[in-house]
Design a binder for this molecule. Structure first.
Ligand SMILES: C[S@@+](CC[C@H](N)C(=O)[O-])C[C@H]1O[C@@H](n2cnc3c(N)ncnc32)[C@H](O)[C@@H]1O
Length: 356
């Protein structure tokens, strides 16, 4: 390990730190652009000037001009003599919610002072925040991170990889999405398989409100959302497909959760679990893209949730290795776990867990 100050690396470190600050500030700028309709208005007005964009949005020209300069400086728009075009890639990712690369929803309101204060307190007490405690905005941004994939390939690719599942769902099966968040996956499944009954369960009141609004908009009568936790799976039995998408590492009591899953899945049923493709320790995880984001998300959200009860397991974003999951499922009496990875989802690994 080095102890001498290296002046070249010192400059690099200062630049890196400013890039982190730039990320914080530009997240707010992108949020403002989404919230004020600036991206959508610019997408529909190639060659806009600050004056025409201000007129189109009803906003103040001086503020719009500075916003245009900031997004052009960030490479999201091209600029020529006071005229601006959103790049085609920015249009796809920020203005088309149905595009497979859409990320606009990720830019909800930035992290608040309240969340930072509460997290600082957690470093002292050990007790973290539940997802719900962050507030209503968090379930939207959380859902947005996985929404494009859950809408486009969860049903036709991922679930279709489970032997016989497409036929079962087509004929009519009972599906439970536990830890369903804002309900994107459950809605996609209920839409694709009208003869199946889909129940989404999550302890977050905010998430269930968002999920219920999504279900109402979709007008589906085979989809229901309830507030609850893994403990409430005790009210259900003979579930054909139990889904758990990026939840286990957030749980204070993953062992109890896996046992509850075991009790509600039908003998011929499947528990299908997605979780982050972690390799365990920090050094093994170095190859993962956006690794600092993953550890940072863990502090603010995932590990925080997994520490939200006294003696929480605290797995966190990168804590559910294949080995940890194998131990949990074996202890709960599941007889087989088939691990699967998909090129379309480089971030997650999937486990097909069976009782018999
Ligand atoms: C990372 S989010 C994933 C949400 C959703 N499955 C998705 O893929 O968008 C984790 C979710 O787990 C939920 N959760 C936390 N503790 C839980 C528990 N004990 N039982 C069920 N869900 C829980 C949180 O409220 C949160 O919505």
């Amino acid at each position: 390990m080095r102890t001498e100050l290296d002046l070249e690396l010192l400059g690099q470190t200062v630049q890196d730190l400013y890039r982190f600050k730039q990320g914080e500030v530009m997240s707010a700028v992108v949020h403002l652009g989404m919230r004020l309709g600036l991206f959508d208005a610019l997408a529909g007005n190639d060659g806009a000037t600050s004056e025409t964009l201000a007129a189109a949005t009803g906003l103040h020209e001086r503020w719009v001009r500075e916003w245009l300069h900031s997004i052009a400086a960030a490479g999201l728009a091209e600029h020529d003599d006071g005229r601006f075009n959103l790049t085609p890639e920015a249009k796809a990712t920020l203005c088309d919610p149905d595009h497979p690369a859409a990320v606009g929803g990720v830019f909800g309101p930035p992290i608040t002072h309240r969340e930072i204060d509460r997290t600082a307190e957690a470093f002292e007490t050990g007790i973290g925040m539940t997802w719900d405690e962050h507030g209503a905005h968090t379930c939207h941004f959380q859902a947005a991170m996985g929404a494009a994939g859950q809408k486009t390939w969860l049903v036709p690719v991922i679930l279709d990889s489970i032997e016989g599942m497409t036929e079962k769902l087509t004929q009519g099966a009972t599906v439970v999405d536990i830890g369903c968040g804002a309900g994107v996956a459950a809605t996609a499944i209920a839409t694709a398989y009208p003869r199946s009954t889909v129940i989404g369960i999550d302890p977050s009141v905010h998430a269930i409100e968002a999920a219920a609004a999504r279900a109402a908009e979709a007008g589906l009568d085979n989809l229901e959302f309830r507030t609850g936790t893994f403990d409430d799976l005790a009210d259900l039995e003979d579930v054909d497909l139990l889904l758990t998408l990026d939840v286990i590492h957030d749980l204070p009591r993953p062992g109890d959760a896996v046992r509850a899953a075991r009790a509600c899945v039908a003998d011929e049923g499947v528990w299908f679990v997605a979780d982050i493709k972690t390799r365990g320790g920090l050094e093994e995880n170095r190859g993962i893209p956006v690794l600092p984001l993953m550890y940072g998300m863990s502090i603010l959200y995932c590990m925080s949730s997994a520490m939200s009860e006294p003696d929480g397991a605290g797995l966190g974003t990168l804590g559910l290795t294949e080995g940890v999951f194998a131990e949990l499922t074996a202890a709960a009496g599941f007889s087989s776990v088939d691990t699967r990875e998909f090129d379309i989802d480089p971030l997650n690994r999937y486990f097909e867990v069976r009782v018999g």
